[in-house]
Design a protein around this ligand. Structure first.
Ligand SMILES: Cc1ncc(COP(=O)(O)O)c(C=O)c1O
Length: 467
């Protein structure tokens, strides 16, 4: 939720007589305040129309190439979700079948991610990857505290090792739960965490290493197996046994289908937990995420609350109490509906579009690709040095046609680099990719005739939301 400062102006909504369903005269008198509760009610049809019309100003979700989050589902999934809008996920006693579908999803993911014994792996649904990462981080912290009780009592401060490219949820985790964030900077053409950097930042107070599959900045997979192998080496040399959490917010639902031979999951003994966003490449509307632990030892028992006041005793691990059940049901729908082959086909189609589009962008001659979309179906590109426009100009001009292609600067030590990023996801078809390409091609002569990047001419660059 965004934090909004109080806005107490006296603005009122104007209701057209024509939308005051049965009483055009009455609705002429209707002018509900914007920032205060009106004294009386507004007819349902008028309330609907007023809000519906305002929301037309929101962007068109299908043209939003910034987001990883699902923007289209089948009518049957939408129908199921509508039927379940009233179900509270926490109320497992009243909705035992919803709880059962959640359990099945956890089992499916444990199997998909090669848990050594899916019957003893443990997991839960969350509102998204952010909550899942908080829970996984907490488990790592508690395990470290249990191993280092005396040193912790004497003032040792835990740290978490990760690349500077981590999603903001990991900065939040470290701030909220008082863990030092040890981030490895980017260097040269390395835009994510490498094994060597990870190991060099670990010490006896490291609660874990976060490896990302794949990076929000450019869609690349971090080398999880290499990071694990390097940590094995560290353990051999020093005795330090540092667990790995894989942030598979996007890749956790891509790699199992498109890169089955890539070991990044519980096949690696050092991987103790994994998260994914059901609402990203899990193909479900927001918000659902998943957190899984390799086995019961990986999730300290004291973090699990046993809720018994809704009629039965139920172990839960979550930050929220009440939460919608519809998304969890929709996740089960996508698993049932697509199966392995269906998921592979859908993800492959996204990867094909990404590869096609990145190749075509490169062929335009004024862009340099950082990634091509062959890991996550996501690619990042920048301008070549010899053109009089920058990525912010391209983003701004594409926006005129409704496309949202974010432009943003990279973090340390590549703050000199700014990129555009395209997320190809289910619903972004080859046809839409061609339309984007046609718009970009049409814009180029104008961009080339600029005297220079607009930010050098005093127009502030607009960094778009990108994760
Ligand atoms: C790598 C990574 N981790 C975590 C998150 C947070 O996920 P959510 O939006 O599901 O909370 C994201 C979102 O983009 C991400 O890309």
């Amino acid at each position: 939720m965004a934090l909004h400062e109080g806005a107490a102006d006296d603005r009122r909504l104007t209701v057209s007589p024509f939308i005051g369903a049965a009483d055009p005269l009455g609705s002429m008198e209707l002018a509900p305040p914007v920032h205060r509760l009106a004294q009386g009610p507004v007819p349902a049809d008028s309330a609907y129309q007023l809000i519906h019309d305002e929301l037309m100003l929101d962007g068109n979700a299908k043209l939003n190439l910034a987001t990883f989050v699902t923007t289209s589902m089948e009518a049957q999934a939408t129908r199921l979700m509508t039927e379940c809008l009233d179900k509270n996920m926490i109320d497992k006693d009243e909705y035992p079948q919803t709880a059962e579908l959640e359990r099945r999803c956890v089992a499916i993911l444990a199997d998909l991610w090669h848990a050594p014994d899916p019957s003893s792996s443990i997991g839960c649904s969350t509102t998204g990857s952010s909550e899942a990462c908080m829970l996984a981080g907490l488990a790592l912290k508690r395990r470290w505290m249990a191993r280092n009780a005396e040193r912790y009592a004497a003032g040792a401060r835990p740290n978490l090792v990760m690349g500077v490219n981590v999603q903001v949820c990991w900065e939040k985790f470290c701030t909220f739960w008082e863990v030092e964030a040890r981030t490895a900077p980017m260097e040269g053409e390395r835009y994510h965490l490498g094994a060597e950097q990870a190991v060099s930042l670990c010490d006896e107070d490291t609660i874990g290493v976060v490896a990302i599959l794949g990076s929000t900045f450019d869609g690349s997979y971090e080398p999880v197996a290499e990071i694990c192998a390097a940590l094995d080496g560290l353990q051999d040399r020093t005795g330090l046994d540092v667990p790995v959490h894989v942030d598979g917010a996007s890749g956790g639902m891509v790699a199992p289908f498109l890169d089955p031979d890539l070991p990044w999951d519980f096949r690696l003994p050092r991987v103790s937990s994994i998260n994914t966003s059901g609402h990203k490449y899990g193909l479900v509307y927001p918000g659902v995420g998943w957190a899984l632990w390799r086995d019961k030892e990986a999730l300290p028992e004291e973090l699990v609350f046993r809720v018994n006041y809704l009629g039965g005793e139920m172990p839960t691990f979550a930050l929220n109490f009440s939460r919608p059940g519809a998304e969890v049901i929709a996740q089960y729908y996508t698993f049932l509906r697509l199966g392995h082959d269906g998921f592979r086909a859908v993800q492959q189609a996204s990867r094909d579009v990404a590869l096609y589009l990145s190749g075509a962008v490169e062929a335009l001659g004024c862009f340099r690709l950082l990634t091509r979309g062959d890991e996550l179906p996501v690619f990042a590109f920048t301008t070549t040095g010899d053109v009089p426009f920058d990525v912010f100009d391209v983003s701004r001009r594409l926006r005129e046609r409704g496309w949202q292609v974010p432009a943003y600067s990279f973090p340390a030590n590549r703050t000199d680099l700014a990129v555009l990023r395209v997320v190809c996801r289910n619903g972004f078809s080859r046809d839409l990719a061609d339309l984007l390409l046609a718009d970009l091609t049409r814009l180029l002569p104008e961009l080339r005739s600029q005297p220079g990047p607009l930010k050098d001419l005093g127009v502030p660059a607009r960094t778009a939301f990108h994760h």
